[in-house]
Design a protein around this ligand. Structure first.
Ligand SMILES: Cc1cc2nc3c(=O)[nH]c(=O)nc-3n(C[C@H](O)[C@H](O)[C@H](O)COP(=O)(O)OP(=O)(O)OC[C@H]3O[C@@H](n4cnc5c(N)ncnc54)[C@H](O)[C@@H]3O)c2cc1C
Length: 724
């Protein structure tokens, strides 16, 4: 066990919030979650000296110290264990899979997740698991994906979709005997899950389901762990009863390989998809079933069951629990992916900003010294908005996750359905906008950071390249980003009529979490016009807040108007929706995601007890993220007549540069507040000591064989000249 016990239960959120006010000054807490950084003379240290606030205090405002504690302790334990060490050169694909599979075995068996966690209340348990997952993902994304699919997400799904009879599977997974794959996608169907074609037909004579893959397009594919290592599939298939009635998609526990030999069972054709463009430690696979029989009890039967005689029964006596199950399954994975992506975003900017502080390049004629890249306004504009995004996302995901888990817990406890239904729809919309916003922002931050580190950023040892490749899949799996955005915008636009009717109480009712409150007095808000005349008029948090409210109303109204126009022109609902996606729905859903981030951060800023200098830098981060988003959405402010002429665009541009300039003395300390430890980041360019050139030297010199003459030198060397 490390210095801090990861196993200590997490406190109730309210208690934590109260305590959090005092955490900024609690030296013991700060020591645990924000250990001192090395003091090494040099540019990075110089920039640290210019900070106007204590980075440790910012760290515990941006993230719950309880969660930080769990992560820090896990990282210490992984760092101390050679099994989790990172290879120095990229192993073969096969070796990567072997390495990660061994790590997983060790991870599950290592008591990192203590027994008692399983008996904690849902919310505490899931917060803990999510913290472990995000921390593991920063250590090795392959490991966290493998663990998530095979163990933690699976067991969560099992608890919410299954019943007591499935508990032995739960135990077997935690005891390292079974490993699962979550098997939904087929060769011919991904986003449109309702149309998957694998069948599970009930046979009352033998009381079994017969699982069948009708043709290659119905072969299951892409599932992680399926390729080489899983023993079981959590399979989604169309349930058919003996009278040939199809009851829709249901989940089944399907044995795939013998746990002791890993040989597939007869009737199962299973294999690996081969090399991918990232995440090669995961064995993504395909599977086809040929009239393969499984026991009736392997149906996860919380929401629907089949009697021994073959009658289908729906279990809708308990709607709250069904709601909880549905929410849990659809959304927990997307919340976890967003948390992991924010971790990656933090690492991307940690590397590029620390490097920019140390790296000197060019400068004015006759200057004694070259300038750090950090001094260039272009470099600031390229990187600082991503730092602001990382900080605002961190606050948003922490507070939103708590609300989400609270909702699921309430639904399990059987709380009032009416309120929960509205909250469930709202949570679904929030997540459908949040995952695309966060994963795409992280993807572009990784690219920008790679470029901002120049040629050295292209070195494997910079780590940005492998992160970029491994992160890439997050925009596709657990719901393709573009498809998810359609779901968010559909939910928003259907409430525009409430704004038109000025029906505040109905808006409050459909949006218990407040993300549609911009609709209150929506039509009135749309009459707003830009009246700023100097940079101070846009460089304030109130401007950002009200500009975003106007933007949200305009985008919602514009989508509604366009949909009505297309419908009046005779288009059916499906076709009309398809037409509006590119220019109306997508910008609306993304702006909704941004607005939610701004609103949650705004609330955090109002939390009593935040030290004033910490609050001050947080206001700058809020401003920068908000202005950055406004700048990207400027076209809508002009289309909707909020602004005319060049004034608004000019002032926003000036404000963006000014906030970057204001943030410059603080930026290295902001990075310190969100940076993971060096052992987690593993980048020679982003270490806390700022000794970039020393680490580069070591990297050049320690690369095995890099100064040896190649064994194939004779093939390419000039042939000896004849002396004649
Ligand atoms: C690394 C990785 C791991 C994965 N792990 C798993 C796993 O463990 N289990 C599992 O079951 N699956 C897994 N998947 C599969 C993943 O869930 C699917 O790839 C994803 O759901 C998208 O489906 P698809 O690939 O069929 O794309 P499609 O649905 O065919 O989409 C292709 C493109 O068309 C667009 N598109 C689709 N529908 C529409 C529409 N209605 N309107 C407009 N545009 C549309 C999408 O935006 C996308 O860009 C994994 C995928 C990857 C890459």
């Amino acid at each position: 066990m490390g210095i801090v016990d990861v196993r200590q239960p997490l406190g109730e959120h309210q208690q934590q919030q109260q305590q959090q006010h005092h955490r900024h000054d609690d030296m013991q807490v700060l020591k645990e979650v924000a250990p001192d950084l090395p003091v090494v003379p040099g540019p990075l240290n110089d920039y640290r000296q210019t900070a106007s606030f204590n980075w440790k205090q910012l760290r515990v405002v941006l993230e719950d110290p309880e969660i930080l504690r769990v992560k820090m302790n896990l990282w210490r334990r992984l760092d101390a264990d050679p099994v989790f060490a990172h290879p120095k050169v990229t192993p073969t694909v096969e070796e990567q899979k072997r390495h990660v599979s061994n790590q997983l075995k060790h991870f599950v068996g290592k008591d990192l997740i203590p027994q008692e966690v399983h008996s904690w209340p849902y919310k505490n348990k899931t917060r803990f698991m999510m913290a472990i997952n995000a921390a593991t993902s920063s250590w090795n994304k392959n490991l966290s994906v493998k663990w998530g699919l095979g163990v933690s997400l699976f067991t969560n799904a099992l608890l919410s979709l299954g019943t007591e009879r499935h508990l032995p599977f739960y135990e077997a997974v935690w005891e390292n005997r079974f490993l699962f794959a979550l098997v939904m996608t087929e060769v011919g169907h991904g986003s449109n899950t309702k149309s998957v074609r694998t069948t599970a037909t009930y046979d009352p004579k033998t009381q079994e389901f017969i699982v069948n893959t009708p043709d290659f397009q119905a072969a299951k594919c892409w599932a992680g762990n399926l390729g080489k290592t899983c023993t079981h599939a959590l399979l989604f298939a169309q349930l058919i009863t003996a009278d040939d009635t199809c009851h829709g998609l249901h989940a089944f526990l399907v044995p795939v390989r013998h746990p002791e030999t890993l040989m597939p069972y007869p009737g199962v054709t299973v294999g690996d998809l081969g090399e991918k463009i990232g995440l090669n430690g995961i064995d993504n696979g395909f599977v086809m079933f040929n009239n393969y029989r499984i026991p009736r009890e392997n149906l996860l039967n919380r929401t629907g069951d089949v009697t021994a005689e073959g009658e289908y029964e729906s279990c809708f006596q308990n709607p709250e629990q069904i709601l909880g199950a549905a929410l849990e399954n659809l959304l927990a994975g997307r919340v976890a992916i967003s948390q992991e992506s924010i971790h990656d975003l933090c690492t991307a900017v940690t590397v590029s900003v620390r490097y920019a502080a140390v790296r000197k390049q060019g400068g004015p004629r006759n200057a004694k010294e070259e300038l750090s890249l950090l001094e260039y306004p272009l470099h600031q504009w390229r990187l600082f908005p991503y730092v602001a995004a990382a900080c605002t996302f961190k606050v948003f995901i922490g507070d939103f996750t708590d609300q989400y888990l609270e909702l699921v817990e309430q639904s399990y406890k059987g709380a009032e359905m009416k309120d929960l239904t509205s909250t469930a729809s709202e949570v679904h919309a929030i997540v459908s906008a949040m995952k695309p916003l966060i994963t795409w922002t992280c993807a572009s931050a990784l690219q920008e950071s790679r470029e901002a580190c120049g040629g050295h950023g292209y070195l494997r040892a910079s780590v940005i390249g492998s992160m970029r490749a491994d992160h890439d899949a997050t925009v596709t799996y657990e719901g393709d980003n573009n498809v998810l955005l359609q779901q968010a915008s559909n939910w928003i636009v259907k409430h525009w009529n409430l704004a038109k009717q000025d029906n505040t109480s109905a808006i409050l009712e459909v949006s218990p979490l407040g993300t549609l409150h911009f609709l209150i007095n929506g039509e009135e808000k749309l009459k707003g016009r830009f009246s700023g005349s100097n940079v101070g008029d846009v460089m304030n948090v109130h401007f950002v807040k009200s500009a975003y409210e106007w933007l949200m109303c305009w985008l919602t109204q514009a989508l509604d108007t366009e949909l009505q126009r297309l419908k009046s022109a005779g288009l059916d609902r499906f076709t009309a929706r398809g037409r509006v996606h590119a220019f109306y729905s997508k910008p609306l859903a993304l702006a909704y995601g941004e607005n939610n981030v701004l609103c949650y951060f705004w609330e955090k800023l109002r939390t009593p007890g935040i030290p004033s200098n910490v609050k001050h830098v947080m206001e700058h981060l809020y401003l920068l993220f908000g202005l950055w988003c406004i700048q990207r959405n400027l076209v809508y402010f002009y289309r909707g007549n909020f602004a005319n002429g060049s004034q608004m665009a000019d002032l926003i541009q000036e404000a963006c540069q000014s906030v970057c300039h204001l943030l410059k003395p603080d930026i290295v300390a902001v990075i310190d507040a969100i940076a993971h430890p060096d052992s987690v980041i593993k980048s020679i360019l982003g270490r806390a000591d700022g000794k970039v050139y020393d680490h580069l030297y070591d990297a050049y010199m320690s690369q095995q064989g890099n100064m040896d003459r190649p064994s194939w030198w004779k093939e390419v060397a000039a042939k000896p000249q004849s002396k004649l």
